[in-house]
Each structure stands twice: as structure tokens, then as C-alpha cells.
Design a protein. Structure first.
Length: 157
């Protein structure tokens, strides 16, 4: 199973539909506090179920600005285990051109390994830049849907 593709997970957008106008069905609002900081997120337990099921086909990886906070603050609320984390360099967001600022760092991180990447801020430019992967855009007003999970299952089969 060493060569399972990675499944690279963004949080804000795919798992937290921050553009939703109200709480979508299946989601609950979470107030997450750490130190002086508070975040309000929408999370769906169904995402934890679906992602744990996909972990037989993919190696799940956090590809989010939350970095280690994803394991500390988000994973336990979704019933997910601790996952590998992509740590972005300090100047990660500089000069991405037409691509997502994450794309070139993801290219380096994944190497030759196949991967699927779910994110709300990707486009056809990122897909062209990362031809060995599936770059799948998720609507930040809906989060990951049953249709998105079907795409991820179909791609890996
Ligand atoms: Mg996002």
C-alpha cells in the first residue's frame, strides 16, 4: 500500500464551507478556541466518515493553512486520525502567478507520487501545472458533497 495516491485536503472551503449563507444540512457550527484565538467553522461528521473510508485507497494529507492546527483542532472533531501535514515555507504565498499559491509547493512535496487535491481556490491552471494529479475544485458555499466524493472514488479506482 506504499504507493497509494495522496489525498491532499484543504480545510477552509472543502471541509468548512465558509461561504455558506446559512448552516447547510448535515453541518454544525463549531467555536474553536486556542489561547487568545477563536474560529467559527462549519463541520460535517459525514466528511469524517467519507474520508476515513477513502483512507483505504488514498494516503490522506493536510494541505491547508491550518498546518499542524489541522491535527490539533480539526481532525478530532471529524473523527479523523492524525495525518501528515504539508508545512508551507514562510514566503509560500509570494508570486504564484495564475496558479494557487499552494501549487508549486505541492509539486515539490508529492514528487512522483500520484495525488488528488481538493481545494476551493484552484483552477484549470493548477490542473495544467500538476498533470500527474487530480486537481478538484470544491465550492466553498457547499463544502465537499456526495458528488465530490464520487469523483474521488472514481479517480482512484
Ligand atoms: Mg481553501
Amino acid at each position: 500500500m506504499a504507493d497509494r495516491p495522496y489525498l491532499l485536503l484543504d480545510i477552509d472551503g472543502p471541509l468548512n464551507p465558509y461561504r455558506a449563507k446559512s448552516i447547510p444540512p448535515g453541518y454544525a457550527q463549531h467555536e474553536i478556541q486556542e489561547g487568545e484565538k477563536t474560529w467559527t467553522l462549519l463541520l460535517s461528521q459525514q466528511h469524517g466518515v467519507e474520508l476515513n473510508a477513502l483512507a483505504t485507497s488514498y494516503e490522506l494529507v493536510w494541505a491547508t493553512s491550518w498546518e499542524h492546527g489541522a491535527n490539533r483542532l480539526i481532525a478530532p472533531r471529524l473523527g479523523l486520525p492524525e495525518l501528515p501535514v504539508i508545512i508551507w515555507p514562510p514566503d509560500a504565498r509570494s508570486n504564484p502567478g495564475q496558479n494557487s499559491w499552494k501549487s508549486r509547493h505541492i509539486a515539490r512535496w508529492v514528487g512522483e507520487r500520484r495525488f488528488a487535491w481538493v481545494d476551493d481556490e484552484v483552477s484549470s491552471f493548477d490542473q495544467a501545472y500538476l498533470p500527474q494529479g487530480l486537481v478538484h475544485r470544491v465550492d466553498a458555499s457547499r463544502g465537499l458533497t456526495a458528488e465530490d466524493f464520487a469523483v474521488l472514488r472514481a479517480w482512484v479506482d
